[in-house]
Write a protein that binds this ligand. Sequence first.
Ligand SMILES: [Zn+2]
Length: 326
Amino acid sequence: MLNPFDRLGKPKADIKKSAHAPKAPARPRAKAAGAKKVGLKPADGWHKRNFFTEVLIPSLFTKRAGKHKAPEFPELKGNEVGVTWIGHASFLLQLGGHNLLIDPNWAKWLKVIKRVRHPGLKLHDLPAIDLVLVTHAHFDHLDRKTLRQVAAEQPIVVPFEVGNLVHDLGFHSVHELHYWEHFAHGPLRITLTPCHHWGARLLHDSHRGFGGFIIEAGGRTIFHCGDTAYFDGFREIGARHKIDVALLPIGAYDPPSGREVHMNPEEAVQAFHDLGAQWMVPMHYGSFRLSYEPVDEPVERLRACARQHGIEDRVMIVPEGEPRVF
Ligand SMILES: [Zn+2]
């Protein structure tokens, strides 16, 4: 008899564990690499505001803004790099003759949180994807439904202990990395970097890794920060890698729990300086209201801060779905 649940599962891909996984427990190594884990305890006074009535309910009555752009991908010359922000933390990167997706999320809802801006491209307008990267297991970054649609026998790279969330979606292989480890794929070299965040998808799976990615090909380097509070590790990332484009989060800095889990725009500019990167592309704002700050505030504060620092020409605030060539 046909099993009605069969269509949900695809053959499970091999999970290639980090070379260090069997030797040492992940946690001390993460600490040694400079990663910092945020605790679960809310900040004092978190209960004095009501996220439900102040943010969630109003966003239910907000019409979804933005629109899908027609797919127009640039023809890249030499070692040029194409960067297309899809929305939230999702990016299409084109470099070294390869197409990469990072944290792809086309979901209209994160449980009860409504997406208030459309993704910049339709999923089926994407070019063939050669490699997928996911920075951590949080629902806004690891969307199993989107990943299942994207999976077409290509490899996927995730931090340590995240592989079992993506191995049954149709990827060829799953590669788990520990901090500063790398995965090579053709001309691409992908390195996991530490950050200050946490990785549990639910409550009790706090063993899962979390981080950002350095993506290198043909002498060019892109840094996708993942999610992080401001921390002193940016200096080391910048010392180890000469970064052309830093994709940095600027929103969700006033979360309901009051915990320090995401950077604000001024901290992102400080991180940009610490990294010594050439250009910054902001992300993690506008698509999902995860936090109390008004929707337009992150970009306004980023513009003002970039002006103060005289770096307006290096901070590229890009609309979703419009590729930029670097
Ligand atoms: Zn997160």
